[in-house]
Design a protein around this ligand. Sequence first.
Ligand code: PLP
Length: 289
Amino acid sequence: MFEKIYSPVQKLELFPFTQLFVKRDDLIDPYISGNKWRKLKYLLLSANNAHKSHLITFGGAYSNHLVATAAAASRSGLKATAFVRGESVENEMLMLCKLFGMKLIFTDRESYKNKKSLFERYFKLDEDAFFIDEGGASEEATIGCSEIISELDHTYDHIFCAAGTGTTAAGLLKGIQDRGLKTKLHVIPVLKGGSFIRNEIEKYTPISNHLELHLDYHFGGYAKTTPELIEFIKFFTAKTGLLIDPVYTAKMFFSISDLQKQNALNPNDKILAIHTGGLLGMFGMKDKF
Ligand SMILES: *Cc1c(COP(=O)(O)O)cnc(C)c1O
């Protein structure tokens, strides 16, 4: 399952850019999508090496990570259980989790904060239980994400990615540093107050001047949108034929376009946007379109 993948680099025709490319990690798999596939690759290897056959993880009710973990577990013959933040609900994402055989434990927001203690409380006696943090955040995940860089056949002036926990960004930065590239990595936190992402990245790799954080493209916070962002999504998708999601990739593509308008980005620079997938999350906002 984690061997052959299809993630081509494609050119985007978007005025006034002349060398804007996108790494199509969204095409890796419809359910184990984008960076969640990258993150799970070495986590599942670690679980396998430790002879653990029951993945325990955490997420919100519209988490791409939960669907990805559920699908990856069922395809690998593993069991999966998720602590879902908040009161019991039903939606398209959780339906997929259940179809893939994942067990869901709805958890109030206070208890949800202490993930290690939930794991201990419920799975102390389960010798097969393997802890996977929210969003798959881990050293293993950064190694998987750094492989995005080693797959590239060309070098770029700029690489852009959206950030939730910052793990993907850490892996990309590590990949850029390891290969000695001059590429600038632009990271777009999708949450308000995203400066903590710098500390998250630093847990995995030293901060270097390759890194640039853009803190002003959260559009009100995590999973928040504005009419401007929704209009941008409609325009971008109709223009390019590429679907983007309101939570992550739309905020990243908006930043590219906006930085160019502010002359902070030259339209002739060679730019690579990482499409980190996560398109199913769109169903959480279907009333906006
Ligand atoms: C989870 C997710 C991210 C955030 O990745 P982090 O490693 O947590 O920063 C970005 N894009 C998409 C589409 C995601 O599903």
